[in-house]
Design a protein around this ligand. Structure first.
Ligand SMILES: Nc1ncnc2c1ncn2[C@@H]1O[C@H](COP(=O)(O)OP(=O)(O)OP(=O)(O)O)[C@@H](O)[C@H]1O
Length: 559
């Protein structure tokens, strides 16, 4: 693709002088326009995963701002078109603030409502927009033989800038943050990504090229009709182009525009009369539905998948070289409490999950938190990590704290390296940690192509990128094989010897007993025992509430 790019660019640039037929020039101008709109939208809808149905509003805002200012100042609309981009950006920022908490369908509806609202404003604010009569712009003054050229090159240049912007974003930490939000917003926030700021910026960035394009397009038409400028058909068309080509890819929106625009022009010729708009809406909506159902990732990812069809196996797990580090013999001494939880109460509706839970984790220790299913261990993690708020009680936690999840939550569509970089932009540190967990060879593989055990290791490395003082591990051995459990234990010990404190929730008792310095046992929402592994496995309360008869028999423990 990269090698073909200069050739393609040269060919496209040669069209106006060599293909004077204005039909084809106009077709390409409209393809560029649609590609810019789909490319801008892609930053929000493709990278960030927030589907907007209102993005064509930025085209109208850009066109009106450009036209009104050019008329008022008596200058060429080409000069005021960048201000169309500014107006679109400001509007997007305002809307972004309003929709800060909106997700999924609510976001779609709010963006659609914005489009409808602006259409009404454009029709009714006659003193500014000339209302439903439309706004007339200056007619181009250059020779009719070159009539389309300036628009053609202006939009081609803007398209190049849009693709370049999209490329730069995808390679930046900001872009990794956007993709992380798309894959798992809650987890992204947990890794320290400022998700509201990322979304706001993505919204603004996605609107600006469309606003500038609106200015150029308005001049191309020389007449702004509010119904055509704020039509839902335009929004559906641009979303269709992005999804068909491949949302979240660099070239997908361009490929989509190349396919959708000729189709759109064909429907323009086929449907005439007063209901034409409604029929086109039905048709585009239907095609959009088909694309979502049958080609959900779009054409480009489908082609890439077919080309890459290497053996469909996941990378085979390399045996890690890190042998578990032997436990230091003799008593270990620890610092003061790094985490202190006192009298935590938490309920969900009528269900009391935590009922006066208190315990601490000493600096430098590996502390276990065990208990029967449903005793509230994960809820404690969620409270300590700040995902939930306690009904009452206090938590004194260190500032640098990170957690893993019971079921791994890597960003599946980011590479292993990008998963690590999402929380902190430190490429050397990321590679160092991948070496440490034995997965450096997998740095550029997509996270979801790894085995579950490998994903658990990557999630550990991911949280270590934050240089945490305290790491909360939620079932690090859950669902992985005994060799990998041993590897995981070895890594935890190694990290602990270099100063990291761990709080581990785990059902694998041999692991807990061999790894932990101190163990707290929860049952019915509060702590029923604390002590060294030796003390815990002899405690009759713990044997009754959790470890049970099997454990007693197996280990010959007497009550
Ligand atoms: N967000 C929630 N809304 C309603 N109930 C919840 C919520 N989160 C947890 N619970 C309930 O709270 C109880 C404790 O759940 P929690 O996941 O903390 O237990 P756990 O000790 O971690 O269990 P396990 O060992 O099975 O992971 C369960 O009955 C669970 O169904």
């Amino acid at each position: 693709m990269r090698k073909l790019l200069p050739l393609g660019a040269l060919l496209v640039a040669c069209v106006p002088p060599f293909f004077v037929d204005s039909y084809y020039q106009n077709m390409l101008i409209m393809v560029f326009l649609l590609a810019i709109m789909a490319g801008g939208w892609n930053v929000m809808g493709g990278y960030t995963g927030y589907i907007s149905l209102g993005h064509s509003a930025f085209l109208g805002v850009g066109a009106y701002t450009t036209g009104i200012l050019a008329n008022a100042w008596g200058v060429s609309p080409f000069l005021t078109a960048p201000l169309g981009g500014v107006a679109a950006g400001v509007l997007a920022a305002l809307l972004g603030l309003v929709t800060a908490r909106a997700r999924g369908t609510v976001f779609i509806i709010v963006t659609f409502a914005l489009l409808a609202l602006l259409g009404i404003v454009a029709v009714n604010w006659s003193s500014l927009t000339n209302g439903s009569h439309g706004l007339v712009l200056a007619i181009p003054t250059w020779d009719a033989a070159y009539a389309n050229w300036p628009f053609y090159y202006a939009l081609l240049g803007l398209l190049a800038l849009t693709v370049l912007m999209s490329w730069a974003i995808r390679r930046s930490r900001f872009g990794i943050g956007l993709l992380a939000i798309r894959d798992d917003e809650e987890k992204a926030a947990g890794l320290g990504i400022n998700t509201p700021r990322h979304k706001l910026l993505a919204f603004v960035v996605s609107s600006v090229p469309i606003g500038v394009a609106g200015g150029i397009y308005g001049y191309y038409l020389s007449f702004l009709d509010p119904r055509a400028m704020f039509t839902i058909v335009a929004s559906i068309t641009l979303v269709l182009a992005a999804l068909l080509g491949g949302a979240g890819t660099l070239w997908g929106p361009v490929i989509g525009a190349l396919l959708v625009e000729p189709f759109s022009q064909w429907t323009n010729q086929q449907f005439t009369g007063p209901d034409a708009g409604a029929w086109r809406l039905v048709l585009f909506g239907g095609v959009l539905l088909l694309v979502v159902l049958f080609l959900p990732h779009g054409i480009l990812p489908e082609i890439q998948k077919r080309l890459k069809r290497t053996p469909a196996t996941a990378p085979v797990g390399k045996r890690l070289d890190h042998l578990p580090v032997a436990r230091p013999s003799g008593p270990r001494t620890f610092g003061p409490a790094l985490l202190e939880v006192t009298g935590l109460h938490k309920g969900f509706g009528g269900l009391r999950v935590l009922d006066g839970c208190s315990f601490d984790v000493k600096r430098g220790s590996i502390t276990g938190l065990i208990g029967p299913n449903g005793s509230g261990k994960t809820t404690v993690f969620n409270l300590v990590h700040g995902l939930l708020r306690a009904d009452s009680g206090t938590i004194s936690r260190p500032p640098r704290l990170a957690r893993t999840y019971q079921l791994t939550r890597l960003f599946p569509r980011l590479t292993v390296r990008e998963n690590l970089l999402a929380g902190a932009r430190r490429p050397e540190k990321a590679m160092e940690l991948l070496e440490f967990i034995g997965l450096a060879d997998y740095a550029d593989k997509l996270a979801d192509s790894l085995s579950y055990g490998q994903q658990k290791l990557v999630e550990l490395a991911q949280v270590l990128m934050l240089d945490p003082d305290l790491v909360l591990l939620d079932e690090p051995a859950g669902g992985i094989n005994p060799t990998q459990i041993e590897q995981m234990a070895g890594l935890i010990r190694q990290l602990n010897s270099s100063g990291t404190t761990f709080l581990i929730v785990e059902h694998n008792m041999p692991l807990v007993l061999s790894l932990c310095d101190e163990v707290h046992v929860l049952a019915n929402g509060h702590r029923i025992a604390s002590g060294t592994p030796q003390e815990i496995q002899r405690d009759p309360l713990v044997l009754d509430a959790y470890l049970g008869a099997d454990f007693r028999e197996l280990h010959g423990t007497n009550s």
